[in-house]
Design a protein around this ligand. Structure first.
Ligand code: SF4
Ligand code: SF4
Length: 390
């Protein structure tokens, strides 16, 4: 959709501010839901404020965006909590996340964005196929066993687990191997999925990455591609078809749903672990982004039984960890603050472990834990499962 085509739906926003403080049907209190509004405190940082700014920009009332405006727009998390609240409570059909991404793309095309750190990781992606300024040749340095290249079932590792949270990649491989599934990885043919670019309006380079990855997976004969990263998963599942105007040649699965299927088929039999309390953080790209809420919970219940407990803000109402859409790179203090809020919420459940299903969430929550020392163990679902295989 072109940016100006959003105008009509943007006019429907009546500044009720329900998207800042959701009052969920099952609760009897108002709870903060928009991290940017909660942290920065001005209306311009709320969804309604960004809608107002975007509308003024489309209508040419803003001739030259100020640096403050760019910080507001490119500092948005794209977490989609506003969208859940707005559609649920007002019945309006504003697609906030899509609109914010479209607005960022237009600003980049006109030479106004993204923020410097977000442009910096784009340069790294261009040069190294990852946003971390790491050498492409080291992409599989986490591997501790030989895995075939390609095949019908492919595990797409993603940049964060290839370079920063390698324990997730190793745990995933361990689980897949234990289940007896024949699978491969893409080795040097795997490039960044493009999520950090799409979320910051840098669409042109993202399209090149999509073309490369799809071509490589086709050449590898992939029929099923499995992702341990919520960001990669959403990018393949939702963004690639839109970006390239076609359906994919293979099935796209997140590890949580694949693991759950393997458990149901009795190919995996995790050991029961009673007594350790675990709670679960829904990654925005997996939950609100693709609607995958239940499989991670089913796996956790299978292992921890009644010791799996929920936080107050879950599923559609989950609080964002604060890392996404290039925010961890550009606004690190805000990212850590958002993650700290989540740790505090997890702590209130009495849980010892905060589990998630996204390496990027894990990294940010772990960074916050190191800072505030709540004594919370931050783990990925794959780690918890791999440690309990029988
Ligand atoms: S809930 Fe919807 S209508 Fe109300 S302020 Fe937020 S975006 Fe606008
Ligand atoms: S996407 Fe998230 S951070 Fe952005 S306005 Fe909506 S709730 Fe706030």
């Amino acid at each position: 959709m072109k940016l100006k085509d959003y105008l009509k739906e943007l006019y429907h926003c009546f500044h009720c501010h329900l998207c800042n403080v959701g009052n969920w049907h099952e609760l009897d209190e108002w709870v903060s839901i928009c991290p940017t509004y909660a942290y920065f405190g001005f209306e311009s940082f709320s969804a309604a404020g960004k809608i107002e700014i975007g509308r003024a920009f489309i209508q040419g009332k803003i001739k030259k965006p100020s640096s403050r405006m760019l910080q507001i727009i490119f500092g948005d998390l794209g977490c989609g909590a506003c969208h859940s609240q707005c559609k649920d409570l007002t019945g309006l059909n504003i697609d906030h996340v899509e609109f914010f991404e479209e607005l960022k793309t237009k600003l980049v095309e006109e030479g106004y964005g993204p923020l410097p750190k977000q442009a910096d990781y784009a340069r790294s992606i261009q040069r190294n196929h990852n946003p971390y300024w790491e050498k492409h040749e080291k992409r599989t340095s986490w591997l501790n066993s030989r895995i075939p290249k390609g095949g019908k079932i492919v595990y797409f590792v993603g940049c964060t687990s290839s370079y920063r949270t390698q324990e997730i990649a190793r745990a995933t491989v361990e689980i897949l191997s234990a289940s007896g599934v024949e699978f491969g990885i893409m080795d040097g043919e795997e490039w960044c999925c493009g999520s950090p670019l799409l979320r910051t309006g840098q669409r042109k380079l993202a399209r090149d990455l999509a073309k490369h990855n799809l071509r490589a997976l086709k050449d590898a004969g992939a029929e099923k591609v499995i992702f341990s990263c919520a960001g990669c998963y959403k990018t393949f599942k939702k963004d690639y078809p839109k970006l390239l105007g076609r359906t994919l040649d293979f099935e796209v699965l997140h590890t949580s749903e694949y693991f759950w299927n393997l458990i149901k088929e009795k190919k995996l039999r995790p050991r029961r672990e009673e007594g350790i309390k675990v709670t679960y953080h829904d990654p925005c790209h997996l939950g609100r982004g693709t609607g995958l809420y239940d499989p991670p919970r089913q796996v956790l219940r299978e292992i921890f039984g009644r010791y799996f407990v929920e936080m107050k803000r879950t599923k559609e109402n989950a609080w964002c960890c604060g890392a996404g859409s290039g925010v961890k790179a550009a606004l690190p203090d805000f990212a850590i603050w958002s993650a700290t809020q989540r740790l505090e919420e997890a702590e209130k459940t009495g849980a010892n472990i905060l589990a998630s299903t996204c390496p990027f969430c894990k990294r940010n929550l772990e960074d916050a834990e190191k800072k505030v020392k709540k004594g919370m163990e931050v783990r990925d679902l794959s780690e918890l499962l791999s440690e309990r295989l029988t």
